[in-house]
Design a protein around this ligand. Structure first.
Ligand code: NAD
Length: 452
């Protein structure tokens, strides 16, 4: 039986749109269409596939305002973020548009003939997207998947389907053939799970919570199905006393409160060297109080509301630890929460260990480099993080010592479409973006041709 879902604007709690959900039979129909489309998409000349991806990129750019507005309304993202997100889709498509013509194999010296390798597409790729960054996370899957010659079935999160649905329409407008890129709004337990169980879906790309990721990993084992997982995080912002403390403090709110903290890369643990604690906190308080939480349509907004009442309640449950200071937030309708800085009692405190996925950060001190690395690594997660120091040797030692996939030194930015992104430990499996992503959307085929 088909159902539907009322999409809510988190800024004012009004219903934006009712979106029909696919059931299993409808999901199977789309997967069959994608499997049929694969037989032709994989054979399209590399230059033509590249041209179609460039055209898709251009059409996204032409609709960036419309896509951004949809995301502001559906997800409460700030205008600045939403425009960046639409541009990130266009940029990721343009980056991977260069791939079809450069998907090189190797020629390997062997006796008795010639040995060559091919990078073959896998078939239908199932992409399951969370609600926190609906556009970019979708594109990090579909752009390299399509470039490598696969077709795609994509399931957006229940809360945030609108931009994905529009991207599906824009793909057709750009000339991507029917059936190549398909968007299937629906429930995780129905549409998402069908990607796991359907034998024609050859790979699942999942971004979301670690608990659902583990279930998907178990499900994929049954068919030895390929899998990329991008899961949770509890990243550290490690600040040494020799750093530019004012700069580190000025950047720290954005590093954790951006997208209302609903960011798997959020630096939600600040580790500050003891001797610099007072200076840092003084600057940090000023920066947090300046962080503007307001109507996300305003160009001045630094942060909007949380995505849902459910998420609000989860985040609020962390506010029972000692609060150092808070910023401000609007009152009235909408899921508004002020940025909050906690001083947990010790490293066993809940706010220090669990992913909060909201505008809450915990601060603790460390004595020296060894303790900073030990504290940062004392987590089952390992996704991103920052290191602030003026000592280049220390920057290198700590970068090598911290077990996470995407680190920045004297910066808080972890995601660039040119470079690999993914997690250590329970933060994930495999890498997205950069040159690495293409390997996870292809199989290496080895062909030996005899001289005889
Ligand atoms: P979630 O795991 O509940 O849902 C993610 C997606 O999976 C949704 O589309 C959902 O419908 C689907 N899903 C749910 N149950 C499923 C099932 N049994 N089978 C198949 N699909 C299923 O996560 P969420 O609440 O949407 O997102 C928040 C979480 O995502 C956070 O924990 C966050 O850290 C993580 N996240 C990680 C990254 C990353 O790159 N590592 C990025 C964004 C979000």
């Amino acid at each position: 039986m088909s159902t539907s879902y009322d999409v809510i604007n988190p800024t004012n709690e009004t219903i934006v749109k009712n979106v029909p959900h696919l059931d299993i039979a409808a999901t199977d129909d789309v997967i069959a269409t994608a499997a049929k489309a694969f037989t032709t998409w994989r054979t399209i000349a590399p230059g033509e596939r590249a041209r179609l991806l460039r055209s898709f990129s251009q059409v996204v750019t032409d609709h960036r305002e419309e896509l951004a507005l949809l995301e502001i309304t559906n997800s409460g993202h700030t205008r600045g973020n939403a425009l960046w997100e639409a541009d990130n889709v266009a940029n990721t498509l343009m980056y991977y548009a260069a791939a079809p013509e450069r998907l090189f194999g190797r020629q390997i010296p062997v006796p008795g003939g010639v040995d060559i390798t091919f990078k073959e597409p896998l078939g239908v790729i199932g992409i399951i997207v969370p609600w926190n960054f609906p556009m970019p996370i979708a594109a990090w899957g579909f752009a390299p998947a399509l470039a490598a010659g696969n077709t795609v079935v994509l399931k957006p999160a229940e809360y945030t389907p609108l931009t994905a649905i529009r991207l599906g329409e824009l793909a057709l407008l750009a000339g991507i053939p029917e059936g190549v890129f398909n968007v299937l709004p629906g429930k995780g337990s129905i549409v998402g799970n069908r990607f796991v169980t359907h034998p024609l879906v050859r790979k699942v790309v999942f971004t979301g919570s670690t608990s659902v990721g583990k279930q998907i990993m178990v499900g994929c084992a049954d068919q030895v199905k390929r899998l990329t997982l991008e899961l949770g995080g509890k990243s550290s912002n490690i600040i040494f006393a020799d750093a530019d403390i004012a700069k580190a403090a000025a950047g720290a709110p954005g590093a954790v409160f951006d997208n209302a903290g609903q960011d798997c890369c959020a630096r939600s643990r600040i580790l500050i060297q003891k001797s610099a604690f007072d200076t840092f906190m003084e600057h940090f308080e000023v920066a947090v109080k300046k962080f503007r939480v307001e109507d996300p349509n305003l160009a001045t907004a630094d942060m909007g509301p949380l995505i849902s009442k459910k998420q609000f309640d989860v985040v609020e449950s962390f506010l029972d630890e000692p609060i150092a200071f808070q910023g401000s937030a609007p009152t009235g309708p909408g899921y508004w929460m002020p940025p909050t800085v906690l001083l947990p009692k010790n490293t066993q405190s809940r706010s220090w260990r669990e992913e909060i996925f909201g505008p809450v950060v915990s601060v603790m001190t460390f004595e020296d480099e060894a303790e900073a690395i030990e504290m940062a690594n004392d987590s089952e997660y390992g996704l991103s993080g920052s290191i602030w120091t003026r000592d280049i040797g220390r920057a290198l030692r700590v970068s090598r010592g911290v077990d996470t996939g995407a680190l920045s030194v004297n910066s808080n930015s972890s995601v660039r479409f040119w470079t690999p992104f993914g997690g250590f430990k329970q933060s994930g499996l495999g890498r997205e973006l950069g040159p690495d992503a293409l390997d996870s959307f292809t199989e290496v085929k080895n062909v030996f041709i005899s001289n005889d």
